[in-house]
Design a protein around this ligand. Structure first.
Ligand code: NG6
Ligand code: CA
Length: 512
């Protein structure tokens, strides 16, 4: 070597060392900016016992199991509420839904219930430089009033709540209008066949399930409605006329959402993105793609779960094949607990075959028992622990403050105040999580450590139509979840001090 290169040697070494240090610290791609992509996959009505990684034996969910095996499987994670709209309200706003009137299950023509001048989960991402999207079920209302023109821009909606791109259906699969909306517009709408929607009285001439049961390919359950306008051989909740070419085919809904989600991921692979992927399974009407029909031996509900599991697998495979695994975090959960008969005779009950959709938990959708709000919750990918189980107490409402904390975004004072910054818990580093959580299903309950208190109330104890133990009782209930996860043994009488302590926490939360 010449003396000159000899002189340069220490410098070259130093430069190489700095490069090595920088790349080990920041990893590759987007992690340089410390901004992992986040895909939040939200099932609709999937129960704690519906996933084989959570103990299901009558159905296998290999893709969810694979996700859990590669990440963290939470056993004590919750939605805010035992139904859809309030849980999604909590997820988006960081505010317990029971603090605000009008956050119950919404009809398909409801107005938007999320304030657009407040912080929201997608706005946190946006402020941090992410591109944001929602694909799937919305169910948080659209527009400023119930009566609206569906044949022009319908807003405010997801775009005004903070999503740069939205591809949704407005409410639930069993509610009209049964159409997709891309950003502000109904997809595939023929202006010569305008849409009208009404939840009070019939509109147009489309047959209803009530008057024309002979036209149905799946019948509704006695006493549960779902017998108004027929779309694709299925009676719906609500009346709809027009938009015939825009109406979805149920068998295609899930794959439509999947392909839109995959297209979105592909389009945004070079920049940080947040995708809120809100699946429709296994919510009613369960009418999966024909390729899944009959596959589970548990009726269409089971088949819909297989479709859901496959969909999650498709996203996982795509992330891997695009080389995004190192800087993408997938979070999977459900918006409320399970129900078998939620309005249609689809085999969920008659072909149940011993399946326990809530697993060891009592109650299900609509219930203040754990079956209502404790749901599968899996986190896997960038920064997350691998192959562990966590019993930390966590709620979906915490995502907002946790992400804000992770991305260094401030939350305006007085907003999202029920959301707690627990990013280390989401990543499996912290094992404790929240000190307490309020659960909601009409009535309220508190979990603190191993204890759960359900406030006394005069709500029904049991809903016959859906066969749900709702959990309401006129007297206080206290359960030791460490020994009695199934909430069978009320120990309120022998633990009056604990009842008092938890009732006080609940009262304080109510008055916040
Ligand atoms: C109930 C519906 C049920 C389902 C649910 C909403 C009846 C009798 N039952 O009122 O079928 O649509 O609302 O589910 O109408 S959720 O997951 O969106 O909260
Ligand atoms: Ca739901």
């Amino acid at each position: 070597m010449t003396p000159i290169t000899n002189n340069l040697k220490p410098w070259v070494g130093l430069i190489l060392l700095s490069i090595a240090l920088l790349s080990s610290q920041f990893g590759y791609g987007q992690q340089k900016s410390g901004k992992p992509n986040i895909i939040y996959i939200y099932a609709d009505d999937l129960g704690y016992g519906d996933v084989s990684a959570y103990g299901a034996t009558k159905i296998q969910t290999p893709n969810l199991d694979r996700l859990a095996a590669s990440g963290i499987r939470f056993t004590n994670a919750h939605t805010t509420s035992a139904t859809c709209t309030p849980s999604r309200f909590g997820l988006m706003t960081g505010i317990y839904p029971w603090r605000q009137q009008g956050t119950g299950v919404l009809p398909g023509d409801a107005k938007l219930i999320i304030p657009t001048d407040r912080v929201s989960l997608p706005k946190i991402f946006k402020k941090a430089g992410y591109h944001t999207a929602v694909v799937g079920k919305w169910h948080l209302g659209l527009g400023t009033q119930v009566k609206k023109n569906w044949n022009t821009d319908v807003k405010p909606g997801p775009n005004e709540v903070g999503f740069d791109y939205s591809f949704i259906f407005p409410a639930t699969a069993d509610r009209v209008p049964t159409v997709f909306m891309e950003n502000h517009r109904v997809l595939g709408l023929d202006q010569n066949d305008p849409i009208e929607v009404d939840y009070q009285q019939p509109v147009g001439n489309d047959p209803t399930g009530k008057e024309h049961p002979e036209l149905l390919k799946m019948h509704s359950s006695p006493g549960q409605g779902h017998n108004q306008t027929i779309v694709n051989g299925i009676g719906r909740i609500g009346y709809m006329s027009g938009g015939h070419r825009a109406r979805w085919v149920d068998e295609e809904v899930s794959t439509t959402f999947l392909s839109v989600a995959q297209e979105y991921i592909k389009r945004n692979k070079e920049r940080p993105f947040f995708l809120y992927f809100a699946l429709t399974e296994p919510h009613v009407p369960r009418m999966p793609a024909t390729i899944f029909k009959g596959k589970s031996n548990l009726g269409y509900r089971g088949d819909a779960i297989l479709q859901l599991d496959w969909t999650v697998g498709q996203i996982m495979d795509q992330i891997e094949s695009l080389g995004l695994s190192d800087n993408t975090l997938i979070i999977f959960s459900s918006d409320n607990g399970p129900v078998l008969d939620d309005g249609y005779q689809d085999g969920a009950v008659s072909q149940r075959n011993g399946h326990m959709p809530a697993g060891p938990l009592r109650g299900g959708k609509y219930s203040i028992f754990e079956g209502g709000t404790r749901v599968p919750f899996i986190v896997s990918g960038a920064g997350a622990a691998k192959g562990v189980t966590s019993d930390a107490l966590l709620c979906q409402i915490d995502l907002l403050a946790s992400v804000a904390d992770m991305l260094g975004q401030a939350i305006p004072k007085g907003e999202a105040f029920d959301s707690q910054a627990l990013w280390d818990t989401f990543l499996g580093k912290d094992k404790e999580g929240r000190s307490h959580l309020i659960e909601h299903a009409g009535s309220l309950a508190v979990i603190k450590g191993k204890w759960k208190y359900i406030e006394p109330g005069n709500g029904r104890a049991y809903a016959k139509l859906t066969d749900t133990e709702l959990g309401n009782a006129p007297h206080p209930q206290l359960y030791d979840l460490s020994k009695d996860m199934g909430e069978k043994n009320n120990v309120a009488d022998t633990h009056p001090k604990m009842v008092k302590e938890l009732a006080a926490i609940l009262a304080a939360e109510r008055n916040k």
